[in-house]
Design a protein around this ligand. Structure first.
Ligand code: ATP
Ligand code: MG
Length: 217
């Protein structure tokens, strides 16, 4: 069997925003993962296939070499730690901001003074812990897997650390952003070993992505 290139992607915005970049590399998926139940998707190129995984699992598949490359948000990569991953490119897609948010009218300044303890619900415990540690604010972190916006509304937490793009979800739930932690976008990640062993296959794809990003910014 000839050498294969496996690309790990998540469904939704990352898949949608990656399609044009793949096209520049001459790669067109044979199926739409939103329509298909298949987790392995063939492409127009015999040597290239896509695997569809949860956004948070992309770095893990690439780290262990189950995928040669992938696309993951900086949020996910920071939380993962980046071990075993080469990160050659910021693709400037899926852009948003990591923010601290609270109920409208909640006195965040007072609640985050030294000597107080702030309860923070988040899907990103490491990012949240590092942020508050750097500010010297004592926090109890509550790990959630989704719908963070609910936590302050029902008294699970004082604050949340979550991704915000338009702010529409916060507003709809009477929350407000009170602190900016980081600007987030998605990056290309490559398995470090594959970069050497599959260089001939990988290099043109990385170059095409770099061209697509350069022409877009
Ligand atoms: P699910 O929403 O199904 O639980 P998920 O949250 O893991 O899955 P997405 O919401 O598609 O998946 O997010 C995938 C990536 O897209 C995130 O890791 C982040 O980098 C980015 N992202 C998340 N929310 C936004 C947003 N509102 N605007 C832009 N990019 C975002
Ligand atoms: Mg989501």
């Amino acid at each position: 069997m000839s050498e294969q290139l496996t690309i790990a992607l998540s469904k939704g915005r990352i898949f949608d925003e990656t399609l044009p970049l793949l096209a520049v590399a001459g790669i067109v998926p044979a199926e739409d993962p939103e329509q298909s139940r298949k987790l392995i998707i063939a492409t127009n190129r015999e040597q290239v296939r896509l695997v569809i995984v949860r956004a948070t699992d992309v770095p893990t598949y690439v780290q262990y070499g189950a995928a040669d490359l992938g696309i993951a948000g900086k949020d996910v990569l920071t939380e993962h730690g980046g071990e075993g991953l080469y990160q050659p490119l910021d693709l400037h897609i899926a852009r948003c901001r990591m923010m601290v948010a609270v109920r409208q009218g909640f006195d965040y300044q007072a609640a985050s003074q030294p000597g107080r303890r702030l309860r923070v619900a988040t899907k990103y415990p490491d990012i949240a812990a590092a942020h508050f540690a750097a500010k010297g604010v004592h926090v109890d972190i509550i790990k959630l897997y989704g719908s963070m916006e609910l936590a302050p509304l029902v008294g699970l937490s004082d604050a949340i650390v979550d991704l915000v793009s338009t702010g529409g979800t916060l507003k709809a739930n009477r929350l407000e952003a009170v602190e900016h932690i980081a600007d987030i976008s998605s990056r290309l990640v490559v398995n470090k070993a594959a970069l050497k062993t599959k260089y001939a296959l990988l290099e043109p794809v990385i170059q095409a992505f770099a061209r697509a990003v350069a022409s877009d910014t």
